[in-house]
Design a protein around this ligand. Structure first.
Ligand code: NAI
Ligand code: 15L
Length: 268
């Protein structure tokens, strides 16, 4: 049966806030969790991912988990270790104890950020491209993918790990024209990841069907994902403002762009 009750971690964040609006129409009953309280959501669970008792309680009775919580930019290794590495482990352990069968893990393009980005007729970046994390942050996402693969092989917990590009209401940089995932397509992909049968462990890239796409969406499509959006309508304005990507600009050289050279730092 399709999952109905879904724990959404990171529900106070940017994507969490978008998905809180966009997922319920698909029929999900969301249980929300974040370290920050969520205005207007008195039933949301306010807990840190290090709080194993709270996680045990939070996963009780859910059919699936969408795990978005964590540090979403670069940070000192110790912080990444606690929130993203140990935190994701704690989520998987809670799921194992409670018998939750499916997790959708928010991985990131930064797990493979040092991959040269395709230029001209270069092939799209394949699913099985070697991991090339560009930050401690990206390294934690590579860990999360392996953790998920291990929990499938060892415990039979299924995961769809989505290497998300940039999920924001609109693309705001020329690089984002290639990796943008519209919020509506994000919800479509999460829905596909929750409902596709027999996924085992799978990695997918997460974006819209962008004209300037850099990566292979076939494993996402194999889940039943049919993206409807394309960043191209934003291209002319962004390129007029910012110029085309030129050699030497990290956004031109690497999939991970400036995360490879001068990553944005987690503010808290
Ligand atoms: P965000 O930073 O806006 O939200 C993350 C949320 O996680 C925040 O509300 C924060 O309070 C919560 N959180 C952080 N550490 C926590 C902890 N130790 N315990 C409990 N809650 C904690 O990030 P955003 O953009 O919403 O991203 C969501 C997820 O998707 C993240 O895992 C991020 O790495 C991943 N992702 C997002 C992309 C995007 O374009 N938005 C791109 C690639 C990956
Ligand atoms: C990410 O992994 C970040 O969480 C998000 O804030 C964006 O910076 C995105 O990657 C990106 O590469 O644009």
């Amino acid at each position: 049966p399709a999952p109905r009750t879904v724990l959404l971690t990171g529900a106070a964040g940017g994507m969490g806030t978008l998905m809180r609006e966009l997922l319920p129409p698909y029929g999900y009953q969301l249980r929300l969790l974040d370290q920050l309280p969520i205005e207007g959501e008195p039933d949301a669970i306010t807990a840190d991912l290090s709080d194993r008792d709270a996680l045990r309680e939070a996963v009780r009775g859910v059919d699936a988990i969408i795990h978005l919580a964590g540090i979403s930019l670069e940070a000192p290794f110790e912080k990444i270790l606690r929130a993203n590495i140990e935190g994701t482990y704690n989520v998987y352990e809670a799921a194992r104890e409670a018998g939750v069968r499916r997790i959708v893990f928010a991985s990131s393009n930064h797990a493979v950020g040092f991959t040269p980005r395709p230029v001209g007729d270069d092939p799209l970046i394949p699913l099985d491209t070697p991991r090339r994390p560009d930050t401690y942050y990206g390294l934690s996402k590579a860990f999360g993918e392996d953790l998920a693969s291990f929990y499938w092989d060892k415990y039979g917990i299924e995961t769809v790990a989505i290497r998300i590009g940039s999920c924001f209401p609109e693309p705001t940089t020329v690089r984002m024209l290639s990796i943008w995932m519209s919020p509506a397509d994000g919800a479509r992909l999460l829905h596909a990841a929750l409902t596709a049968e027999n996924v085992g462990y799978v990695t997918v890239y997460g974006s819209s069907a962008n004209t300037r796409l850099w990566w292979d969406l076939s494993s996402a499509r194999a889940l039943g994902y049919e993206p409807r959006d394309d960043s191209e309508p934003y291209a002319a304005k962004l390129i007029a403002e910012q110029g085309e990507l030129e050699p030497g600009n990290p956004d031109h050289e690497y999939l991970g762009g400036a995360f490879c050279t001068n990553p944005p730092i987690w503010p808290r």
